[in-house]
Design a protein around this ligand. Structure first.
Ligand code: RIB
Ligand code: CA
Length: 317
């Protein structure tokens, strides 16, 4: 499908995951964006489930036209760590949805990333990784010529002031594949990072979940049901009044960047230490002379974020 002029072309790299699902729905509800494809990666649950869940989400809103590709089933050189304790055995626990009928694309996700970036003009495609960074790193390693073609990477991952959620030092997406994260953070691609510092300020409070449910649509009901399931773990762990709705922050940033504030700083990835593997060492106070490589987001207008989400989800069936 040839996108009308002026649309922002994006690829979402994802490990659905209820919050990934909401991010994908937000993108599909946004006419400013041209979603070229979904590339699935192992993360919250194994690859066979993340690619299936990506197709389930597309079919929920009658978008079987969106190509879904399967990518890496393990990190670059680590054993896969998953998060069924948060997302459930299927990765998309909540109301049972029918198995997908749309086909998985035969092309490997990494080949899709490489081919697409080679075909598109420079600076046309924005990558939105919202799971471990294995697919992106593999594409950059296999085809360094595409690095300069990427307009921007807006990713969900990392933590600094908020510290870790899978270990005391590391956020899950970075922890699962720290070597992949190091490749992406050192690539030189313009990088915007949505860490736990900001996503933990975007909580699915009861009124916000009920606003989804009050939409009276099947998608509104699904989003409410997924957040009902997804939030039980974080509310118990943090004693908070809701769960952080992490991944849609990346899409929301493309749509309304003024909802977010951050700093352009240096961020390095810990890959050597067992204790702090996957830590994003963010030089927030610029105490080193290390070159700034990322816009590290620290705050969000959370009411504005959920208003945007509710309005856009409300346009879906
Ligand atoms: O740490 C939160 C991140 O890990 C989110 O992307 C969530 O979907 C999981 O992948
Ligand atoms: Ca995710």
């Amino acid at each position: 499908m040839v996108a009308p002029m002026g649309l922002r072309k994006i690829i979402i790299d994802t490990d659905p995951g209820q919050d990934d699902a909401v991010a994908i729905l937000l993108a599909l509800a946004s006419p400013e964006l041209d979603l070229l494809g979904l590339t699935a990666v192992a993360g919250n649950v194994p690859l066979a489930l993340t690619e299936k869940n990506a197709r389930i989400v597309c079919e929920l809103v009658d978008r079987a036209d969106i190509p879904v590709f399967a990518g890496a089933d393990t990190p670059l050189n680590r054993k896969l760590v998953t998060a069924e304790h948060v997302h459930g055995k299927t990765g998309l626990d909540g109301p049972q949805l029918p198995d997908p009928t749309m086909p998985l694309q035969p092309t490997h996700a990494v080949d899709f990333l490489i081919d697409t970036l080679r075909q598109e003009p420079e600076g046309e495609v924005t990558l939105l990784p919202i799971g471990p960074l294995t697919n992106i790193a593999m594409a950059f390693e296999r085809a360094p010529d595409i690095i300069g073609k990427v307009a921007e990477i807006v990713l969900m991952g990392g933590a600094y002031f908020e510290v870790g959620n899978i270990t005391p030092a590391a956020e899950f997406n970075i922890y699962v594949d720290p070597e992949a994260a190091e490749i992406v953070f050192r690539s030189g691609v313009p990088l915007t990072v949505m860490p736990l510092d900001v996503t933990h300020k975007a909580l699915t409070t009861r009124p916000r979940v009920e606003a989804f449910r009050s939409l009276g649509t099947r998608t509104g009901e699904m989003v409410a049901a997924w957040t009902d399931f997804f939030e039980r773990f974080d509310k118990e762990k943090y004693g908070s009044e809701g769960a952080p709705l992490h991944d849609p922050c990346t899409v929301a940033y493309l749509l309304e960047p003024d909802l977010f504030t951050g700093r352009h700083i240096n961020v390095e990835i810990e890959t050597q230490s067992v204790l702090t593997r996957g830590m994003t060492v963010a030089d927030w106070w610029r105490v080193t002379d290390r070159t700034a490589n990322a816009t590290f987001i620290g705050d969000v207008n959370s009411d504005g974020y959920f208003d945007l989400l509710t309005r856009r989800i409300g346009t879906l069936p």
